[in-house]
Design a protein around this ligand. Structure first.
Ligand code: FAD
Length: 425
């Protein structure tokens, strides 16, 4: 048995609740997986430590790729998500103050009017939770703390504590969707590779005088990337990367001094800019788990990998993991296989681990080449930017990587792209 927390002296319930899959963590990734399994015939239990209201009041914003949008379309959730988010038709890339900028345009993809979406956490989570609430096949345990997991030959037993009461859950598979610190990954001794960056990110929202015209910005300063993600109304989310000490100092600056520095990095394109939320500092790391699967355990989302926020890929990788794992589990269940057996889970690991390595390498490459002032590197990246500006196919490849168009697409996203998604309930 693997203990996640110290045992308490509270009472315990003796009846075990049987499920096929227990998902630990109802962040966007865990909730997407639960929604993807709703009509699969598999009984799902979803365990979340924090009250639902905590996730539903989270206003952090993310860049959402076309592929993630197709997954939500395939789940029949897009009509509920789309009105609350921003669709961008253009992305502006620039190298500090260097005047020659690159425009990545939806026309380069020859697909649709939009190239990326920007969504706040609650705008994605609410439609997912609403759909889960309507389901009879899902068992919600929230707020519930996982106390221990016992991996047995034919099942896993998860003990959770809900309002001081112990409840035993039993399933064929446990999925760790419990975030970057993943208590489940650590308790199962899954080793990881990676490193902490020399940088931290400061995340906050701003209000601006002029409209953002649905343009997303990624400006590469020597200290790190500076992203502006447009939100509904005259608001945007800023993700400002800087070396750790500088990031801490920026986050603690008195407001007038902070606004001055912000305007210098932000540019004048939206007129006067003022902060609209507290500044939060996040350390940045690259991490890849050596295994995404063990007998009766699978990892998804930040529990399996973490990447640099440049290019806005982390959550999108997790949404793709969820769709891929759901596909593998549905197929295995239809064929009567044991869904918790490593042999059954191997196609998921093979599929997602390699693709995630490619994205981790891409984000690392972007951060290292653009946060570098060594003249040969500056010269090389200016050639790269020139190629992006002038050569259409180069722009198309960059956009394909950033929008999730490369690699194997989950079937649910392909169905949505061909217009055969489920209609929203
Ligand atoms: C500054 C910054 C900007 C970013 N911008 C982007 C972006 O633009 N686009 C993008 O794609 N990604 C972005 N990311 C990455 C993104 O935030 C993460 O990849 C994503 O939030 C991970 O989602 P998750 O569901 O895997 O984990 P989480 O959101 O961390 O969810 C994990 C859930 O598990 C629960 N949990 C944990 N332990 C337990 C337990 N023992 N029992 C029960 N529940 C438990 C937690 O309460 C939580 O609800 C950014 C990251 C940073 C730091």
């Amino acid at each position: 048995m693997v203990l996640l927390t110290q045992p308490s002296q509270r009472s315990s319930s003796t009846d075990a609740l049987d499920a096929d899959v227990i998902i630990v963590g109802a962040g966007i990734v865990g909730a997407t997986l639960a929604c993807s399994l709703l009509d699969s015939g598999l009984r799902v239990a979803l365990v979340e430590a924090r009250p639902q209201s905590a996730g539903l009041s989270n206003r952090r914003a993310y860049a959402v790729t076309l592929l993630s949008a197709d997954i939500f379309r395939g789940l029949g959730l897009w009509d509920a998500i789309r009105p609350a988010i921003t669709a961008c038709s253009r992305i502006r890339l620039s190298d500090g103050a260097y005047p020659k900028v690159v425009w990545l345009d939806s026309k380069d993809l020859k697909r649709q009017d939009e190239v990326v979406y920007v969504a706040e956490h609650n705008a994605l989570l609410k439609p997912l939770y609403d759909r889960l609430e309507q389901s009879d096949s899902l068992h919600w345990c929230c707020p519930a703390q996982v106390m221990s997991v016992d991996y047995l030959p034919t099942c896993a037993e998860v003990t959770v504590e809900i309002e001081g009461e112990r409840q035993l859950l039993r399933s064929r598979l446990v999925v760790a969707a419990d975030g970057a610190q993943s208590p489940l990954r650590q308790a199962a001794d899954v080793t990881t590779k990676g490193w902490g960056y020399w940088q931290s990110c400061i995340g906050f929202t701003v209000r601006h005088e002029q409209p953002h015209q649905n343009i997303a910005y990624e400006r590469f300063w020597p200290s790190g990337p500076f992203a502006i993600l447009p939100l509904p109304g005259n608001r945007s989310q800023v993700v400002w990367t800087a070396p750790h000490a500088e990031a801490k100092a920026i986050a603690a600056m008195p407001e007038p001094e902070f606004i001055k520095l912000l305007e210098k990095n932000y540019g004048k394109q939206m007129g006067r800019v003022e902060p609209d939320s507290p500044r939060r500092v996040f350390p940045v790391r690259l991490m890849q788990s050596d295994r995404y699967i063990l007998p009766r355990l699978a990892l998804v989302g930040d529990a399996a990998h973490n990447c640099h926020p440049v290019g806005g890929q982390g959550l999108n990788m997790g949404i793709r993991d969820a769709a891929a794992l759901a596909q593998v589990l549905r197929q295995a269940n239809q064929r009567g296989l044991d869904i918790g057996h490593v042999k059954t889970l191997k196609p998921y690991q093979r599929w997602r681990k390699l693709e995630n390595w490619a994205i981790l390498a891409f984000t690392d490459f972007l951060d290292r080449t653009f946060s570098n002032q060594w003249p040969p590197i500056v010269w090389l990246r200016r050639i790269g930017l020139w190629m992006l500006r002038r050569i259409g196919p180069v722009r198309m490849i960059a956009l394909a990587i950033m929008t999730g168009q490369f690699g194997k697409k989950p079937a649910i996203a392909k169905q949505a792209a061909y217009g055969i998604a489920k209609s929203s309930k």
